[in-house]
Write a protein that binds this ligand. Structure first.
Ligand code: ATP
Ligand code: MG
Length: 328
């Protein structure tokens, strides 16, 4: 079975975008791949985090992974900072990365271009840590959004560089970009990605939003004055976004939804999307509450950490020998 690895940063409350664009795919892949899913909390601290919030977001992320359908019996779910090998291999990867290639990474490039101050050295070098995250587990595939493809390319370069210099050590991973690039947009500005760090809460649906609040957000989503329900992201980004959401959550094709709404108005359509989101969140949150109060997340992380560490340790030992960091 091929191996797959992915992670999400606990930088905020998970959104419907994170579910539709990432977690839902992980759930689908879990039957066909040996999966490693981690909470990228060391990446989260590349930007300032408030301690209590980081802890809460981390726990919520674990509980939501499970509530969304990741099966801890099949998937190794672990906490990045618990597996010290990430920091160890991360440093070795940093020492094999060139300043030039890190300067070309979008996050750093965008922030410097905007003249942002307070950019940490961690934000500059995190792509090297991300390479370590992937290479530790000999992952064959890394499911990513288009925005993340660049990081997997860097990982491939670093793996090949290391293999050439020290002999075959790492599997060179492939990025796996979703064929149907389900991207969810802000409900208030449907040309902008829905995102955890959006300052306007009306634009995002958090997975832990009160379901009735989420329904209201759908009802007041920005649309257009065309009056026809059709999938046309260019001219009707708002309606198209709602179609993506409804189709992703219900499993009904966009064509079929569009056909059902032939000649009907936005009001009824929004009501259905709102109800669908309401039902989805209600069910998800019931599972989430059960998981949070059951002590399951502690058990899952303890077991996941152990499994991850076993593989990661072997890899780091091998790397240290090759580099000359181990003398006996
Ligand atoms: P931030 O605003 O802090 O960057 P984010 O919501 O973009 O948060 P990430 O942690 O950067 O979340 O990404 C986690 C995963 O969710 C990635 O695989 C990313 O491709 C996916 N993702 C994030 N937002 C969306 C979205 N609006 N639509 C589809 N997929 C998304
Ligand atoms: Mg992001």
């Amino acid at each position: 079975m091929k191996r797959m690895l992915s992670g999400i940063k606990p930088t905020g409350r998970l959104t419907l975008g994170n579910y539709i664009g990432a977690i839902r795919n992980f759930v689908n892949y879990q039957n066909d791949y040996e999966m490693y899913i981690f909470i990228a909390n060391m990446h989260a601290i590349t930007v300032p985090q408030e301690k209590a919030e980081l802890k809460r977001n981390t726990k919520d992320l674990i509980a939501l992974y499970i509530a969304c359908g990741l099966d801890p019996e099949r998937v190794t779910i672990f906490l990045q900072s618990d597996v010290h090998e990430h920091a160890e291999l991360g440093w070795i990867m940093t020492c094999n990365s060139y300043m030039g290639e890190l300067q070309r990474m979008t996050q750093y490039k965008d922030k410097t271009a905007k003249g942002e101050t307070g950019i940490t050295a961690g934000l500059f070098t995190y792509p090297s840590l991300m390479a370590a995250d992937i290479l530790l587990y000999d992952a064959d595939y890394v499911p990513v959004g288009v925005d993340q493809k660049q990081h997997v390319e860097l990982t491939r370069n670093l793996a090949e560089r290391f293999n050439n210099r020290y002999g075959d050590t790492f599997v060179v991973p492939e990025p796996l970009v979703e064929k149907v690039g389900a991207k969810v947009y802000s409900l208030q500005d449907p040309t902008k990605k829905m995102s955890k760090s959006d300052a306007n809460p009306k634009g995002t649906i958090d997975l832990l939003d009160e379901p009735s609040v989420a329904r209201k957000k759908i009802m007041s989503a920005v649309t257009d004055s065309i009056g026809i329900i059709q999938y046309d992201p260019e001219n009707q980004p708002g309606i198209s976004n709602l179609l993506t959401i409804l189709s992703s959550l219900s499993g009904e094709s966009i064509e079929s939804i569009v056909a059902r709404y032939d000649g009907k108005g936005y009001g009824d359509f929004k009501k259905e999307v709102g109800q669908c989101v309401f039902d989805f969140l209600t069910e998800l949150q019931n599972k989430y509450k059960e998981i949070i109060s059951s002590g399951l997340i502690e058990k899952v992380i303890k077991e996941g950490d152990e499994k991850a560490r076993y593989i990661a340790r072997k890899k780091v030992n091998k790397v240290k020998k090759k580099v000359g960091l181990e003398i006996f």
